[in-house]
Design a binder for this molecule. Structure first.
Ligand code: UT7
Length: 332
């Protein structure tokens, strides 16, 4: 029986960082940011004592409250993130602890902006093969913790946020139907954090060289993202004999509106069928796709065909075809 998403929940910090705020911090303009990326504002977790696990735990707590699932009944928590609270223990463990999922095991999954799709595909395996009944997949990133707010090429792009989905077996034919995931380490240098790992452990030199912040060479990433996110979405639709008419929603990673538009054109879907909230949250990395599902949940109906698509650091990219399993209006 397929593994289906049976509930979604999201958490966004209250503080907003608008393009106009950024105009006062770096040499940029609201016009440049909006026309090049589609972003107008993003959320920032300002409390210095709060981390990715706190946002993830909030999402899981509200997921349990909504679905009626007792936290102790969660079997597994997978957290997709590139901003773990610390290198170890895993953020998934901390989320489970903070959310009261006392019987769950868990692990983090690192696939940058494709992290949620990699984690969703992984979590679905445990549900499909019956080794877990209730799997929670979290996409969470406190991107503000790795952003250099004097670097205009990256600080305008990212925001903080988290969302979680509950995976359970579906009695019928709804759930994760197909997925195609890719990674290519040859793209690693274009989008990365240069220090803080075993290659370049933290030192005065790495801090002075700002190597604990995101580094991105935007144009090669943009080119690879436009091609690969569009191609993999088309590939998954084609092999499942889906035309644009059969697909209810395209759920793209929210890195840049121009990348989303390219994927929309390639899949042939009309604009109205594309979930876009980049203007409100920017790029929340592993959070973007589940936050879209959260924002659109009330409009989703059982049987809707959804195509999820992402591209990110690594390089990593992929697409998931899922048949939505419930009428989201029941939670409205
Ligand atoms: O989610 C993970 C994957 N990441 C992505 O998918 C991001 C992919 N890349 C992009 O989305 C785009 O490359 C960016 C939005 C990052 C940049 O857009 P672009 O159209 O590729 O701009 P560019 O890098 O070619 O820069 C054009 C100009 C440059 O100035 P010069 O050299 O032409 O004088 C930049 O210095 O824009 C300048 N620039 C800015 N100007 C104002 C770069 N950032 C800014 C800024 N405000 N914030």
């Amino acid at each position: 029986m397929p593994a289906a998403i049976t509930c979604v929940s999201g958490y966004l910090p209250e503080d907003k960082l608008t393009n106009f705020d950024l105009e006062k911090m770096v040499d940029t303009t609201d016009e440049w940011i909006r026309t090049r990326t589609g972003i107008q504002e993003r959320r920032i977790l300002k409390d210095p004592n709060k981390a990715t696990s706190d946002m993830g735990a909030e999402a899981v707590k509200s997921l349990c409250a909504k679905s009626g699932l007792a936290p102790e009944d969660i079997d597994l928590v997978i957290c997709a993130t590139v901003t773990p609270d610390m290198l170890f223990p895993s953020t998934a463990n901390l989320i489970a602890h903070k959310a009261g999922a006392t019987k769950a095991w868990g692990f983090d999954l690192s696939a940058a902006c494709s992290g949620f799709l990699f984690a969703l595909t992984t979590g679905a395996q445990f549900v499909e093969n019956g080794t877990a009944k209730n799997v929670v997949v979290v996409g969470a990133d406190k991107m503000s913790s790795i952003i250099d707010y004097t670097d205009r090429t990256t600080c305008v792009l990212f925001g903080d946020g988290a969302a979680a989905v509950l995976l359970q077996q579906d009695e019928g034919d709804c759930g994760v139907i197909d997925s195609q995931l890719y990674s290519d380490g040859a793209g690693g240098d274009f989008l990365c954090m240069k220090a803080g790992g075993s290659l370049r452990p933290a030192s005065h030199e790495t801090v002075d060289a700002k190597q604990h912040f995101i580094y991105q060479d935007g144009q090669p990433v943009f080119k690879a993202a436009v091609t690969n996110m569009a191609d993999v979405s088309y590939e998954v639709m084609e092999r499942n004999n889906l035309t644009a008419d059969d697909v209810a929603w395209l759920v793209p990673h929210q890195a840049n509106l121009r990348i989303i538009d390219a994927t929309q054109r390639r899949t042939g879907l009309p604009h109205e069928k594309v979930m876009i909230n980049i203007q409100k949250y920017g790029n929340t990395t592993a959070g973007t796709i589940p936050l879209c599902l959260h924002d659109w949940e009330s409009q989703l109906k059982r049987g809707d065909n959804l195509i999820l698509a992402a591209f990110g650091g690594g390089f990593t990219w992929g697409s998931v075809y899922l048949k939505w399993a419930y009428d989201g209006s029941k939670f409205a």
